[in-house]
Write a protein that binds this ligand. Structure first.
Ligand SMILES: [Fe+2]
Length: 309
């Protein structure tokens, strides 16, 4: 299985990802540089949780975390073939399934009530930054089995490569710089999925684009919006991302306090466009660190595709 993953990702990117996974684990276990590390003494997530508890708002913020909405987004894609008029692509992202198992039933119920033709999960299945991923995959399985049979995922910066065989065994093919073709009545659209561009940077957009016929309607799954410039340059039509959680805990008006990647504000959450490519950064279906949200509702997104003709 390891040899297969190595072949799929390519030897150089495979080696880069394993090294970074190891480095990440070492950092998480605080065995890296420095003796007196603040995060070693005070776990930040616990501190934040205690802060919310102290001010009596922890339960309110958890209710916001579990108050997942179904949001519709309509897209005009001129390259869309006639057979895909009105095609509904459901997006989940940043589930971080091991953070609060109560999220699973909420998401499952909403998916059941949301008709869709295909589904994608754009990374960060896991909250924990290392070690065992059994609890995460147990919750993920319940969600995946509720989705339409045509469904794909990509890995995020919280996910280890070793999760791929188990995710695929539950019927969720993971696109590791790979593509898939969706066919209807002899016509096709293509979905390309890259490996995590944020932390591991083992993505290969050019390879993915090269595997898609040049005139075909193409949708890119990229865990983080950080790829917007390169993806637009390569001619993708629509990019779907997550990772930012929209800030997760925001000021009134949804203004994020902290954004976990360096992109201009307009790419942090919601719809955007860049040099002819359209894009969407979901605020996330779950959240990470603390099961809390404020001024930033979590969502399941239904992307409806139209040609505009
Ligand atoms: Fe992420």
């Amino acid at each position: 299985m390891i040899a297969l993953l190595q072949r799929r990702l390519g030897a150089p990117l495979f080696a880069k990802r394993l090294k970074r996974q190891t480095d990440k684990t070492i950092r998480f276990l605080h065995q890296g540089k420095g003796v007196f590390r603040l995060e070693r003494l005070i776990p930040f997530d616990s501190l934040l949780s205690a802060f919310f508890q102290f001010f009596g708002i922890r339960e309110i913020m958890r209710r916001s975390f579990l108050d997942v909405r179904v949001v519709s987004q309509d897209w005009i894609l001129p390259a869309l073939p006639e057979a895909f008029e009105g095609f509904r692509l459901l997006q989940l992202t940043d589930l971080h399934c091991d953070l609060d198992p109560a999220l699973t039933a909420v998401v499952v119920d909403l998916i059941r009530a949301s008709p869709h033709d295909a589904a994608v999960i754009t990374g960060d299945f896991r909250n924990g930054m290392g070690g065992d991923h059994t609890a995460c995959l147990r919750e993920t399985r319940h969600i995946v089995e509720t989705l339409a049979p045509e469904r794909w995922g990509i890995l995020g910066n919280h996910d280890f490569l070793e999760m791929v065989p188990e995710l695929e065994s539950m019927g969720l093919p993971i696109l590791l710089n790979e593509v898939t073709e969706i066919r209807r009545n002899g016509q096709s659209i293509w979905i390309g999925g890259i490996d995590d561009p944020h932390f591991y940077q083992t993505h290969d957009l050019a390879e993915v684009r090269a595997r898609i016929p040049s005139e075909a309607c193409s949708i890119l799954l990229s865990h983080s919006p950080e790829t917007y410039n390169e993806a637009a340059g390569l001619g993708f039509h629509l990019q779907l991302s997550g990772h930012t959680h929209g800030g997760q805990i925001c000021l009134p008006g949804g203004r994020p306090v902290v954004v976990p990647c360096r992109v201009p504000r307009r790419f942090v959450v919601g719809r955007w466009s860049h040099e002819g490519m359209q894009g969407y950064t979901s605020p996330g279906t779950g959240g990470c660190g603390v099961a809390a949200r404020w001024n930033c509702p979590p969502e399941i997104t239904i992307h409806s595709l139209r040609s505009g003709k």
